[in-house]
Write a protein that binds this ligand. Structure first.
Ligand code: MG
Length: 496
C-alpha cells in the first residue's frame, strides 16, 4: 500500500504541475507564450498518462485488488485500490494513438469554433463537430458501457451515474420547470433590475469580494484570488487552491456572484484532507458534487434573505450609491429575478436548468446516434422555443454559444444541473441538522454551514460514490424533489 500511495502522489504532482501551467495560461501568460505553453502542457500530460498506465507494471495494484476481493482489505484502503483501478482501466483502454487524435482534433476544433461563432456560421463548425462526435462515440466503445454509449462519457465526470438515472431526474425536473416558468411570468410584475447598477471602482470591488471570500472561510494563506475572462477554480494541493473572478465597472453583483460560486468550489479543495493528497481519499468525488458546493454558496445561501440581512448593511456602507436607495427587500427581488434569456451563463436559478436540459437531450442523442449533427441548429432553436418560450435569432446566441462540445466535453453539461439538485438536497439536510441555520447565517456565522459541509462532504474525498455520499448525508439518493420544493418556496412569496 505504501508503494501505491507513493506512485499516486507522483501522478498527482504531475497533475498539479499541469494545473499550474494552465492557471498561469489563463491568468498571467503573455499572448505570445501560447505555442510554447501548449507544448509544455502536452509533455506533462504525456508523462502523467505514462505514469498512470504503468502503475501496475509490477502487479502491486493487481495484488491489492485481490485483497479487496477476498475482503482482506476493507474500508478506506479498499476505496483507494478500487478507485485507482477504475482510473487506470479507463486510461489503459484508450490507445495512445486515439488519445493523440482526440487531443489534436479538439485543440483545432476549439479554434474553428471560435471562428464559427465569430462569423455566426454553424456550417463552419459542422465538419469538426462531426469528427468529435465520431471520436467520442469511439471512446465510449473503447471504454465500454452497458446500455447507452453516453453512460461511458457521463461516468468520467459523475462516476456510477447512468444515462437512465439522469434522464429520469431531468424529465421530472422538466415537467415541473416548464409550467412553473410560465406561471411565474404570468403573475410577476416588472422588476427594475437596473436599480443596482452604478459606478463601482475596481479597487473597492476587489476589497469587497476578498472580504466575502474570507468571510466564507477561504484561506488566503492557502490560496489566491485573481482575475480571468472566464472565472474558474483550480487547486494544486489543499494548501494552494486558487480562484478567479471578473469585474464589470457598472455591475458589482457580477463579480460578487462569481466570487461566491468559485469560493464554494475552493472551500471544497481546501477542505480535502492533506494527508490523503494524491489518493482517491484526498480528491473531490465528482463534478456534480463539486458544482453543488459552488451553487449552494452562490444560490441557496448567497441569494437568500439571511445572508443579505448580514451582508447588505456592509455592502451599503462600501457602496452607498446606489444601494442606500434600494431597500433590502427590493435588492433581494432583483438578485432573484427570473427572466428567460438566450445565454446559459447569464441565466437565473429557474431557467438555468432548462438550458442544461436542452444540451443534455441533444448530446445524448448525438452520442447515441439518433440525430445528425447537421440538424443541430434547428433542433436547438425548437427546444429553446418550447422550454424557454423565446426565439433564437442566430447561432451565436444559440447552438454555438458554449465551448464544451468543441473541446470534446460530452457528458459534462448534466453535472451543472446535478450540482443544483444536490445543493438543494444538501441545504435541506443542513437545515434539518442545524435548526437555527438561518439565524447563524444572518449573524454572519458562515463557519456554521462551512464546517458542516467540510465534515459531511469535503473531508470524505472519494470515500463513497456520489449517489452513495448523497444518501449518507441526506438520507436519500439524488432526487430533483428538493430543488423543486426550494423554488416553489422561494417564488411562492416575495423573497424578503
Ligand atoms: Mg462551477
Amino acid at each position: 500500500m505504501a508503494r501505491l500511495k507513493e506512485r499516486l502522489s507522483d501522478i498527482a504532482q504531475l497533475a498539479s504541475v499541469n494545473a499550474l501551467l494552465e492557471w498561469d495560461q489563463e491568468v498571467l501568460m503573455p499572448a505570445k507564450g501560447a505555442d510554447a505553453r501548449a507544448a509544455a502542457i502536452a509533455l506533462v500530460s504525456g508523462l502523467h498518462h505514462q505514469k498512470l498506465i504503468s502503475i501496475d507494471d509490477d502487479k502491486t495494484l493487481s495484488l491489492l485488488r485481490k485483497d479487496v476481493e477476498t475482503k482482506k482489505l476493507k474500508g478506506e484502503g479498499a476505496v483507494m485500490v478500487t478507485d485507482t483501478w477504475r482510473a487506470y482501466e479507463r486510461e489503459r483502454k484508450l490507445p495512445e494513438a486515439f488519445v493523440r487524435e482526440l487531443a489534436e482534433t479538439t485543440s483545432k476544433a476549439h479554434l474553428v469554433w471560435v471562428e464559427a461563432r465569430r462569423a455566426n456560421e454553424f456550417k463552419r463548425f459542422l465538419p469538426m463537430l462531426r469528427k468529435i462526435v465520431k471520436l467520442k462515440r469511439k471512446e465510449a466503445e473503447l471504454v465500454g458501457f452497458k446500455k447507452s454509449p453516453y453512460d461511458a462519457l457521463l461516468d468520467a465526470f459523475e462516476p456510477g451515474l447512468t444515462t437512465e438515472e439522469v434522464t429520469t431526474m431531468f424529465d421530472d425536473l422538466k415537467d415541473f420547470l416548464v409550467p412553473f416558468l410560465k406561471q411565474l411570468q404570468s403573475v410577476k410584475g416588472k422588476t427594475d433590475t437596473k436599480r443596482i447598477l452604478g459606478t463601482f471602482p475596481l479597487e473597492r470591488q476587489r476589497d469587497f469580494n476578498r472580504f466575502v471570500a474570507e468571510k466564507m472561510g477561504f484561506d488566503t494563506a492557502a490560496g489566491r484570488i485573481d482575475e480571468s475572462v472566464h472565472p474558474f477554480t483550480t487547486s494544486f494541493h489543499p494548501s494552494d487552491a486558487r480562484i478567479t473572478t471578473r469585474y464589470k465597472a457598472h455591475d458589482l453583483m457580477y463579480s460578487v456572484g462569481s466570487t461566491l460560486h468559485e469560493t464554494g468550489h475552493a472551500l471544497y479543495e481546501q477542505g480535502l484532507r492533506a494527508e490523503h493528497f494524491g489518493t482517491p481519499l484526498g480528491e473531490a468525488v465528482s463534478l456534480g458534487v463539486h458544482e453543488s458546493q459552488s451553487r449552494l454558496w452562490e444560490n441557496n445561501i448567497g441569494k437568500g434573505a439571511p445572508f443579505w440581512k448580514y451582508l447588505y448593511p456592509k455592502l451599503q456602507a462600501a457602496f452607498p450609491e446606489p444601494f442606500r436607495q434600494v431597500p433590502l427587500k427590493d435588492f433581494l427581488r432583483i438578485v432573484n429575478n427570473v427572466t428567460p434569456s438566450l445565454i446559459r451563463t447569464e441565466a437565473d436559478e429557474v431557467t438555468y436548468n432548462l438550458h442544461i436540459l436542452i444540451r443534455f437531450e441533444i448530446e445524448r442523442e448525438l452520442i447515441e446516434g439518433s440525430i445528425d449533427p447537421k440538424d443541430l441548429p434547428a433542433i436547438w432553436n425548437e427546444k429553446v422555443k418550447t422550454y424557454l418560450g423565446i426565439p433564437v435569432p442566430d447561432d451565436r446566441l444559440g447552438v454555438l454559444q458554449d465551448t464544451h462540445w468543441s473541446q470534446g466535453l460530452f457528458g459534462y453539461f448534466p453535472t451543472y444541473t446535478l450540482g443544483n439538485l444536490y445543493a438543494a438536497q444538501l441545504y435541506a439536510a443542513m437545515e434539518r441538522a442545524i435548526p437555527n441555520l438561518s439565524k447563524e447565517i444572518a449573524k454572519g456565522a458562515l463557519s456554521v454551514p462551512r464546517e458542516w459541509l467540510r465534515d459531511q462532504i469535503h473531508a470524505k474525498g472519494k470515500r463513497y460514490a456520489p449517489a452513495e455520499l448523497m444518501k449518507r448525508v441526506t438520507g436519500e439518493y439524488p432526487t430533483s424533489r428538493y430543488f423543486t420544493e426550494y423554488l416553489k418556496a422561494k417564488y411562492a412569496a416575495p423573497v424578503a
